[in-house]
Design a protein around this ligand. Structure first.
Ligand SMILES: [Zn+2]
Length: 435
């Protein structure tokens, strides 16, 4: 069994709900669930040198309760995994070639929390000062200087929509398992549709911010190309595709990846292994406690089903981008099959390469490109494959910064540089889609 921490957290939630539902005692507020601690957990990068090492790693991944931060698991490749301190000796006994990239994950999380707290203190002060003006909703001018709460992201969306009513409107792709909206902003009025979202995987916080940064660029229109984009395209942008998971990362478990559906005693289906195209092929787990658990059936996760239905409801979807972190990759279908689609060499590949070149020109940051299966790992039931199968012209699966120094806990100082460089990649694609 993997991910016992998630299980412990779930057990606590279930125990509390049983306690309170069967009790006549009135409580004003449920006691806070103690957040999952990652004290002593290491993140290690393993270089898999031969088949025997790959087999040893695979054979021990459940007993070691490995949490794969990256999933590329082939001979000659590197893979990042989180290992709890109580399993480290067993891991060392495997004699694999590895180095420790994060010595104590809890310290990294605490650094992130301190940085966030400092930012939030400033943010609250400005919000209070602003509240003296009746009717004003406050969004900080330096919104992209920090990470934000789920509630503040909702306020950000509604504020943008009321600030730019002639070009923007609100929409929701549907409701999550716990009934939160998959809220978005629609920008522009062109006949070709562009859909993108962040935070399909809950712990990938940079993706929420970069998705909003792209929306901000389209709304403010400081890039002279934007007016043309808004006539040619209609953008449908969802910063938080998996709101339940995102809330879990902010309240109890910073490393939660999946949604909030309970399966076999563990919390979450990996929504990005739950889409209908190629579901059930290699590259997804059947173990409900695994971080890449595919779910009991295709589209059992409402978050994936809703976006799929939304994509199908739009005519002429020219571009779909599912934004993840980390690893610095721009990828195209397929993830479920080793053989790329027929227009891979003529269309998908050159566009991904052009986007990566445009991105690198901004800050010198290199992104690798290719098809999902051969670039990182087999990943069946993923969103880009599904989008391609329903006629989306260019579906992209993107992994933002970094390459493992901070992993999912990317410092807030990297939000704006990440946004700027990805805006360049997006602009390249919009200019070259041939629509
Ligand atoms: Zn992801």
């Amino acid at each position: 069994m993997r991910l016992s921490l998630t299980q412990i957290s779930l057990t606590a939630v279930v125990a509390l709900s049983v306690l309170f539902s069967s009790s006549t005692v009135t409580v004003s507020a449920a006691p806070a669930i103690r957040p999952v601690s990652y004290a002593g957990h290491r993140v290690v990068r393993i270089n898999i040198q031969n088949q025997a090492q790959l087999d040893a790693l695979t054979a021990h991944e459940e007993s070691l309760q490995l949490d794969y931060f990256t999933h590329y698991k082939v001979v000659g490749g590197n893979v990042d995994v989180r290992i709890a301190p109580e399993h480290f000796a067993e891991f060392q006994a495997l004699n694999l070639d590895y180095n420790v990239s994060i010595e104590n994950l809890q310290s990294t999380i605490e650094e992130e929390t301190q940085e966030n707290d400092a930012y939030q203190t400033k943010f609250e002060k400005a919000r209070k000062a602003n509240a003296r003006t009746p009717g004003q909703v406050f969004i900080a001018a330096d919104w992209f200087a920090g990470y934000h709460t789920y509630a503040d992201h909702q306020t950000w969306l509604s504020t943008q929509i009321s600030t730019y009513p002639t070009i923007a409107s609100s929409f929701s792709a549907g409701k999550s398992f716990q009934n939160r909206p998959q809220a978005g902003i629609k920008i522009g009025s062109g006949p070709n549709h562009v859909v993108f979202h962040g935070t399909q995987h809950a712990r990938e916080w940079i993706t929420t911010m970069v998705t909003e940064y792209l929306a901000d660029q389209l709304l403010k229109g400081t890039d002279t190309r934007v007016a043309g984009y808004l006539q040619k395209y209609t953008f449908h942008i969802i910063p938080i595709m998996n709101p339940d998971g995102f809330v879990i990362t902010q309240s109890s478990n910073r490393m939660h990846r999946k949604n909030a559906q309970v399966n076999g005693g563990c919390v979450g289906t990996d929504t990005n292994r739950n889409w209908g195209k190629g579901w059930g092929s290699p590259g997804a787990s059947t173990n409900p406690c695994a971080d890449d658990y595919r779910g009991p059936s295709a589209f059992s996760a409402p978050e994936a089903l809703n976006i799929a239905n939304y994509l199908k409801s739009l005519p002429n979807v020219a571009l779909y981008i599912d934004i993840h972190s980390y690893s610095q990759l721009i990828m195209t279908p397929w993830g479920y099959s080793a053989t790329p689609p027929p227009n891979y060499d003529s269309f998908l590949k050159p566009l991904a390469e052009g986007a990566a070149n445009a991105l690198a020109a901004v800050n010198g940051v290199q992104f690798t490109t290719g098809d999902i299966y051969n670039t990182i790992y087999p990943a069946s039931g993923n969103s880009a494959d599904y989008a391609y199968s329903v006629g989306v012209k260019l579906p992209l699966a993107v992994e933002l910064r970094d390459t493992g120094r901070y992993g999912f806990n990317l410092p807030a100082a990297q939000i704006v540089p990440s946004g700027k460089e990805f805006w360049a990649a997006l602009a390249y694609v919009l200019d070259n889609l041939g629509v």
